[in-house]
Design a protein around this ligand. Structure first.
Ligand SMILES: Cc1cc2nc3c(=O)[nH]c(=O)nc-3n(C[C@H](O)[C@H](O)[C@H](O)COP(=O)(O)OP(=O)(O)OC[C@H]3O[C@@H](n4cnc5c(N)ncnc54)[C@H](O)[C@@H]3O)c2cc1C
Length: 411
């Protein structure tokens, strides 16, 4: 079959390889990475040990404190509030105990398969060198907050996820640069990648080497015609005709799905980061600073601190005082950072759905169109397994994960 994939972010690229593996002909439609696409600037975590949706007890616990601080971990720009209201209403609905339970089950079902899917993809392409298996650390500034997080840790353990509480001397041995931490948990099985942008560039290069045709244009219109699907672009070439279409355009997928009659509650949680020269932080593995809204990652290309959630849409310029505030908060934990020179700053657009589950599945009007977007905080983690699910759906086979919680018809 001939399949056109709209969007060559990490999800579209992983999907291209899954389809090539099954012998399909693949056309990638991608105008060139859009400014702020999260594929390039994310934290690089394969966070398959996470099980909580954003609408979790943890978020609600921290929300009042976060919203009081205009540069805190979560902000809504007032002018954006009317636009966001329907998304927020759905977020509220997704916060009921039964919905949270359902989201946790679905997140676990897809995350449990995420790392095996990545390992299989990376080894088939001889890209194993991108994976760093040093575990991930969660740290708490106050013992009381750690104790209040026990329910989440117990939830993870109930799924068989190893979460090892560290004694102070164990933490000091593992991460000697860290200060002002009263509790820490190590997730030995979690991992990260060398650098997400470099990984994406390798996935694209190999896709082209494997015969993928790249149409360097912006997909603007999808039309069903003469038994085929035609994707019109803003390029000078003819429309791309295909048997199937995969829409994997991250936050920009909303408008394309709307053309097919699907009103998806997809909005962007803008995230910020700062990247310092490699080795600046003096850390050996990714660290989640619980309750602070940021993480650090020792990438091969530099040490990155990233996070924050800002609801302000696609058009508003970045507010890097948010990044500065994040770095300032990080210096509590890594005091030596105060004397370091300014880093490279970045802002990107997480494609987020209120229940924290991606949309993976056919369009309402035409099952030949498959959606693969809305991965929010976990698009890197879930890209390879999403690709396998999409490939299974195109062939009418049940994939490794039950697709029903991710259906576009759940809204
Ligand atoms: C600060 C931050 C940290 C993060 N950290 C992590 C992490 O550690 N682990 C993790 O798993 N996830 C993380 N994420 C989330 C993750 O980065 C995203 O979920 C993921 O990158 C989404 O990938 P994507 O391919 O769906 O979308 P994108 O990266 O947005 O790619 C979409 C592609 O579609 C193209 N496109 C758009 N419109 C069109 C069109 N009309 N026609 C053709 N092409 C089009 C764009 O140019 C782009 O290349 C983080 C995100 C942020 C912001």
């Amino acid at each position: 079959m001939r399949v056109a994939i709209i969007g060559a972010g990490v999800v579209g690229l992983a999907t291209a390889h899954a389809l090539l593996d099954r012998g399909h002909e693949v056309v990638l439609i991608e105008p060139g990475a859009k400014q702020g696409r999260p594929t390039d600037g994310n934290a690089g975590w394969i966070a398959h040990t996470d099980v909580m949706p954003l609408a979790s007890p943890k978020a609600w616990r921290n929300l009042p404190r976060w919203l009081m601080d205009p540069l805190g971990p979560l902000t809504i720009r007032p002018g954006y509030l009317p636009h966001l209201a329907p998304w927020l209403a759905r977020f509220l609905m997704a916060s009921s105990p039964s919905r949270i339970k359902a989201s946790i089950g679905a997140i676990r079902s897809i995350n449990a398969e995420s790392l095996p899917a990545w390992k299989s993809l990376l080894s088939s392409l001889d890209l194993n060198g991108h994976l760093r298996e040093n575990g991930i650390l969660s740290v708490w500034r106050h013992q009381g907050d750690f104790l209040r997080s026990q329910d989440i840790i117990e939830h993870q353990r109930s799924f068989g996820i190893e979460a090892k509480a560290l004694r102070p001397e164990e933490l000091a041995e593992l991460e000697p640069a860290l200060r002002n931490v009263e509790a820490a948990v190590l997730y030995p099985d979690a991992c990260h990648v060398s650098d997400p942008a470099v990984l994406a560039a390798d996935l694209l290069r190999l896709a082209l080497e494997r015969g993928v045709v790249l149409v360097a244009a912006h997909a603007s219109r999808i039309k069903m015609q003469d038994g085929a699907i035609h994707v019109h672009t803003d390029g000078s070439g003819p429309a791309v005709a295909a048997d199937h279409i995969v829409i994997a355009a991250g936050i920009w997928s909303r408008a394309l799905a709307a053309q097919l009659g699907d009103r998806i509650p997809l909005d962007t949680e803008r995230g910020y980061n700062a990247t310092y020269p490699k080795g600046t932080f003096g850390i050996g593995r990714p660290i989640m600073f619980e309750g602070e809204g940021f993480v650090t990652t020792p990438l091969d290309t530099g040490d990155r601190v990233g996070g924050a959630v800002e609801f302000a849409g696609l058009e508003a310029p970045p507010n890097h005082s948010r990044t500065d505030a994040m770095v300032q908060r990080l210096t509590r934990f890594l005091p030596h950072l105060q004397s370091e020179p300014a880093a490279k700053q970045w802002m990107g657009f997480r494609p987020s759905i209120p229940d924290s589950l991606p949309v993976i599945g056919p369009a309402g009007r035409d099952r030949r169109v498959i959606y693969a977007f809305g991965h929010g905080h976990y698009g890197l983690t879930q890209a390879a397994i999403t690709a396998q699910m999409v490939a299974g759906m195109l062939e009418g086979q049940s994939g490794p994960v039950d697709g029903s919680p991710f259906s576009a018809q759940r809204f």
